[in-house]
Each structure stands twice: as structure tokens, then as C-alpha cells.
Design a protein around this ligand. Structure first.
Ligand SMILES: [Zn+2]
Length: 409
């Protein structure tokens, strides 16, 4: 399709997911190439646009939302942790499994052993499952390689997935996921190696869109995390943080000082963290599937985040250990039932707010003129159904960059 070709998508209802949560009944969209040209009530469609449209799609009264955005995943990995899950079901603790060399290191071994092609082949079905639900933008973290070569391999696979599938992928370097065996007992040296050697090289290779740190009692402390955040900001890279998942050690307040795009998990955050994120413009990314799979009981402070006016996003956290799932819609459902998000907050959390968590506000996540023409056509009577169904996918068709890439309207 030429960049200037107009297409009309008519006979629809539209949830724009803008700041006013605008719902437009009897609506139409006009796309120009890969961008949205116009959206509004069909009765108010300018005649010039109607006449110029080279293609006209009748959506049969369907609901349309922006393409969904999964803003926190670890979907590139090899192997599974199903055997360890079975051990945990029999009563073995996560810590005992980790002490015996399992846990995240199980996935590190499998990921290191996999060739780039094997890693691609293992990850592709997980991405395909997300896309089948109307996801058009996905964040993918590294963090199971933990050597320069293996982290680069993971990030290249993420780039290759973006080249093969109709999806926008943002990569995040999470080499500071855990201390690898090679650096056992030398966490400071490991952080400095990432900050001074790996990050500049991977950035120069065009593989890094953002930098993340697992800042936690059992991860990296705030002093170590800060060294990496500083190195990222020096290179002009945005930062994110796995923060306050298991304890509160000040990760969010640190990340806010570095203008982090998001702080993710936040089970042990308080009103203070909510305000810090609000003031810094950061997004609170909630990950209910990990909360569910780990059997956590300490919920993130949704009421405090709401009171502070902090943006809330929801993501799948797809990973082999704590969230072996490939459904953003299920995460959305869980965020309403387990965390107390409203249906409206939930929809914004997987569209506009998720875009902000990736620094893509103004690009995707809202149906408005100038934004990318990424949208989903749903087989639903109202968009509340998106957070209502438990594991039931009502996606009928997906348009990515102005082109129909799934289903038929
Ligand atoms: Zn994560």
C-alpha cells in the first residue's frame, strides 16, 4: 500500500483509549498508509475523505480498540520450568529449588545451550499466541544469557521476531537479572561489566531500546542498580525497573530520580512510591500473572496509585519461572479481579498506558490522527468484555500499520 493511500473502516464502535476514555458509537476510521488520518462519528466523516478512500471495509457494527500492547515480557527463552513447578506443587520451596542450582539458572543454561535459530523457534509460538489476541506491540527483555554473547543472541532473536511477525518489538537489556555463576560473589564487578562493557557494545549494535534492573533483596541493591541506571542515561537510553516485588528497598524512588519509563511489579510499594512515580512521569506496570503463579498475597497499592494519579499498565510478564503464560487478555482479567482495576483502567492499561511504559506515547496506544494505524476489531457487544472473559479470546481481526494482518472484518 502506498504511503498516501486512504482506506475507510466504517460501521464500527470505537474506544479511542485517549485521556478522556472516549467511546464513539456508529464510528468510522480513515487510515492514510500506516497512519490514522481521521476517527469520529461516521455521520461526521468529511466527504473528501469518503470520496478519496481506495478501500472501504464494513466492520458490521464491531467494537474497535487500539492494538494491544504487552509492555513487559521475557518471552525469548529456551526450555521450560515445568519440572520445577511440579516440585513446588509437591511442597518444595522456590528457594530450595534455587539453592540446588535450579530456578532462573535452569533457564540460563537452556538459553545458553540453544542456537539462535533454536531460540527463535522456541519463542515464535509464544509471540504468535500474543498476536492472536490483538497484541501489536511487545516489549522483550534479555536476561537469560548473562554473558555478552548470549545476551546479544537473545536481543537479536527479539529483532528477528519483529522482522518476521507483524508486530513492533521494543528490546530491553536485563543483564542485571541475577548474578551469573561466572561472577558468583562478585555482584559489583558484574554490574560494572554490564555498565562499562556490555551495554555500550550492545547499544552500538542497535540491540537495546531500554535498560532494566532487578532491584530487590535477592537481586541487585540500589547502589548497584544506580550505577547501571547512570550508565544507561549517559548513553541516552531510557530505564525501567523490576521494583518492590518481594520487598521495599527503595527501588521505585531511585528509578523515579532517573526518570524511569516504568517501575514494574510494585507489590510492596506504598503511597510514597505512587507519588514518586506520578511526579517523575513513570508508569506503574502491574503483573498479576506472576502474583497469581507465585501465590502472592501482598497486592500492589492500586488505591494509592489511583489516588496519586499514577499511570497504571498491565502486562503478561511471559516468562518460564513465575508467569508461564502467553495471554495479555488473561493478565487484564486478573488485574481487575486480583488487583481491583476497573474495566476502564484495565483497557487503558493494555493500550495507552502500556505505550507510555515503552516511551511510545503519541505513536501507538490511542486511536487518534497521526498515530500508527494499529487496531483490533472485536467480536464483543462492549469493550468491557475484554476484561470480563477468563481465557476467552474475542479478537476477530487485527490491522497493523494500516494493513489487515489477521482475520477478516
Ligand atoms: Zn519481569
Amino acid at each position: 500500500m502506498s504511503a498516501d493511500t486512504l482506506a475507510l473502516w466504517r460501521n464500527a464502535h470505537v474506544a479511542t483509549c485517549d485521556a478522556h476514555d472516549t467511546r464513539i458509537a456508529n464510528a468510522a476510521l480513515v487510515t492514510r498508509g500506516d497512519r490514522i488520518e481521521w476517527v469520529g462519528r461516521e455521520a461526521e466523516l468529511p466527504e473528501g475523505l469518503r470520496v478519496q478512500a481506495r478501500a472501504v471495509w464494513d466492520l458490521g457494527g464491531a467494537w474497535v480498540t487500539p492494538g494491544l500492547i504487552d509492555c513487559h515480557t521475557h518471552l525469548v527463552f529456551a526450555g521450560t520450568r515445568a519440572a520445577e513447578y511440579a516440585q513446588r506443587l509437591r511442597g518444595l520451596s522456590y528457594e530450595a529449588i534455587a539453592r540446588s542450582g535450579g530456578g532462573i539458572l535452569t533457564t540460563v543454561r537452556a538459553t545458553r545451550a540453544a542456537s539462535e535459530q533454536q531460540l527463535f523457534d522456541a519463542s515464535a509460538p509464544r509471540l504468535a499466541a500474543l498476536l492472536a489476541e490483538g497484541v501489536t506491540t511487545v516489549e522483550v527483555k534479555s536476561g537469560y544469557g548473562l554473558t555478552l554473547e548470549d545476551e546479544a543472541k537473545m536481543l537479536r532473536v527479539a529483532r528477528e521476531l519483529a522482522a518476521v511477525f507483524p508486530v513492533r518489538i521494543r528490546t530491553t537489556l536485563l543483564a542485571a537479572h541475577t548474578v551469573p555463576p561466572e561472577f558468583s560473589g562478585r555482584a559489583d564487578e558484574y554490574i560494572d561489566t554490564i555498565a562499562q562493557v556490555w551495554l555500550p557494545q550492545l547499544h552500538a549494535a542497535g540491540l537495546v531500546d531500554a535498560v532494566d534492573v532487578f532491584c530487590e533483596r535477592i537481586g541487585f541493591d540500589t547502589t548497584q542498580s544506580e550505577r547501571l541506571l547512570r550508565a544507561a542515561r549517559t548513553l541516552g537510553l531510557p530505564v525501567k525497573m523490576h521494583a518492590e516485588q518481594l520487598s521495599n528497598i527503595g527501588a521505585t524512588r531511585l528509578a523515579a530520580r532517573y526518570g524511569a519509563l516504568s517501575c514494574d511489579h510494585l507489590e510492596y510499594a506504598s503511597a510514597e512510591e505512587a507519588r514518586a512515580l506520578k511526579d517523575s512521569g513513570g508508569v506503574a506496570v502491574l503483573l498479576p500473572v506472576a502474583f497469581y503463579c507465585l501465590g502472592e498475597t501482598h497486592r500492589p497499592p492500586v488505591a494509592e496509585l489511583r489516588a496519586a494519579g499514577t499511570a497504571m499498565a498491565v502486562a503478561s510478564d511471559c516468562n518460564p519461572g513465575s508467569a508461564p503464560g502467553t495471554s495479555l487478555l488473561l493478565a487484564l482479567n486478573m488485574s481487575t479481579r486480583l488487583f481491583g482495576l476497573t474495566a476502564e483502567e484495565g483497557l487503558a492499561a493494555v493500550t495507552a498506558q502500556a505505550a507510555r511504559a515503552l516511551g511510545l506515547q503519541g505513536v501507538v496506544g490511542v486511536l487518534a490522527p497521526g498515530q500508527c494505524a494499529d487496531f483490533v476489531i472485536w467480536e464483543v457487544a462492549g469493550v468491557e468484555e475484554l476484561s470480563y472473559w477468563v481465557g476467552h479470546n474475542r479478537c476477530r481481526a487485527v490491522v497493523r500499520g494500516g494493513s489487515l494482518v489477521r482475520g477478516s472484518p
